[in-house]
Design a protein around this ligand. Structure first.
Ligand code: PMP
Length: 368
């Protein structure tokens, strides 16, 4: 044990945090960063300018606390989502991670359980331990799929207080059919289960893949979370949000810290939401690179999962660690999510994607 770890273990840390490692995709400064599913396209000039102006205006009022209810932002987010949603249905936080944490603070906690279906977003168990909620890992089929009947059976059996459904799922990239969400919600009726559909990557879905937003009417325990970190290319701004019944947002008001969304964050997001068209202009290009990666990896004899997101999860690798290191040596970082034989790569710009594919093919040709 190194010295810092030893000192940490001497602190009176809560039992369920002992021995845990913090969330941490490596932040390595290499030219081609395809490891955390960011939008790698730079922000359009018109959006940069709008953000600059709106943040400068906000700066003049920084001696005051911001609008605690971020009303303009909630109205703009509702307008963006459509589906008849209004500001009453919207809640936001510093990244969807914070929004998810607030949901666990309100509906989870000691003596309560949250269920996820791994492999899925690695923050779910960490959010569970941070809020002292018991994490129950559901089971997917061998090909990482999750059928409505099987998901519902497991939810009925466990009766969790909260269920995380990630669609498109990270790290596999595949979207859930809406019948899975409907079945899980119905199965959770007896246990009053709050069902979260994490749609962080929704904008990258293939045409025809429906959002769980369509299921919100009449389902007061259903929550759909989204983020501006991916399609909107605003990971650095930290703005995540959700849509749900107004009473869900009232529950979250009980646990949020007052003024949790800074005036600078609100100004940035509001400015960006006035330029949705320009911001989302690169989504189609990213989807094109995503589909190209799936096609090319298949041609190379690998096994990419079908993807509705801006990344591709692929198997069929003899030595993923060596491939990961070989790519890094060439200045390309992708993600080893710890699943044997698999790696995950974000779809970048066309030149970034080309650099990844070229180097990968060389590494495979060298016998790796
Ligand atoms: N959900 C999923 C499935 C994610 O992959 C991520 C980011 N990696 C998040 C939520 C959190 O994103 P953010 O906090 O930036 O909104």
């Amino acid at each position: 044990m190194n010295e810092r770890l030893e000192r940490l273990s001497n602190l009176p840390l809560r039992d369920n945090l002992k021995g845990l490692a913090p969330y941490g995709a490596p932040q390595i400064d290499v030219p081609i960063q395809l490891n955390v599913n960011e939008n790698t396209h730079p922000l359009p000039a018109e959006v940069l300018e709008a953000i600059g102006i709106e943040v400068a205006v906000a700066a003049t009022g920084l001696n005051r606390y911001p609008d605690r209810e971020f009303t303009e932002l909630r109205t703009r987010l509702a307008g963006y989502l459509g589906h008849g949603l209004t500001a009453e249905n919207i809640w936001a936080g510093n990244g969807s991670n914070e929004v998810l944490q607030q949901i666990l603070q309100a509906f989870g906690g000691p003596g309560r359980t949250v269920m996820g279906f791994p492999p899925t977003y690695s923050m779910y168990p960490l959010l569970a331990s941070g809020t002292d909620t018991t994490y129950v890992a559901g089971i997917r089929e061998a090909d990482f799929q999750l059928s409505a009947a099987e998901a519902a059976r497991q939810v009925r059996e466990v009766g969790p207080d909260i269920v995380f459904l990630c669609s498109p799922n990270n790290p596999t990239g595949t979207a859930l059919r809406l019948d899975v969400v409907e079945a899980v919600y119905a199965a959770g009726m007896a246990s009053n289960t709050v069902v979260i559909v994490d749609e962080a990557y929704a904008e990258f879905a293939h045409n025809g893949t429906a959002s769980a937003l369509t299921l919100l009417p009449g389902r007061e325990r259903l929550i759909v979370s989204r983020t501006m970190s991916k399609a909107f290319a605003l990971a650095g701004a930290r703005l995540g949000y959700l849509a749900a019944a107004p009473e869900v947002t009232d529950a979250l008001r009980l646990v949020r810290l007052p003024y949790h969304l800074s005036a600078v964050t609100q100004a940035t997001a509001n400015a960006a939401l006035k330029h949705v068209g320009a911001l989302l202009a690169n989504v189609e290009a990213i989807k094109g690179q995503r589909d190209r990666i799936v096609d090319e990896l298949t041609r190379m004899g690998l096994k990419p999962a079908s993807s509705d997101s801006n990344f591709v999860f692929f198997g069929g690798l003899k030595d993923p660690q060596a491939i990961w290191s070989g790519l890094l040596e060439a200045g390309v970082i992708i993600r080893d999510v710890g699943i044997p034989g698999h790696l995950r790569v974000t779809a970048g710009t066309e030149p970034e994607t080309t650099a990844f594919l070229t180097r990968l093919e060389e590494l495979l040709a060298s016998g790796l």
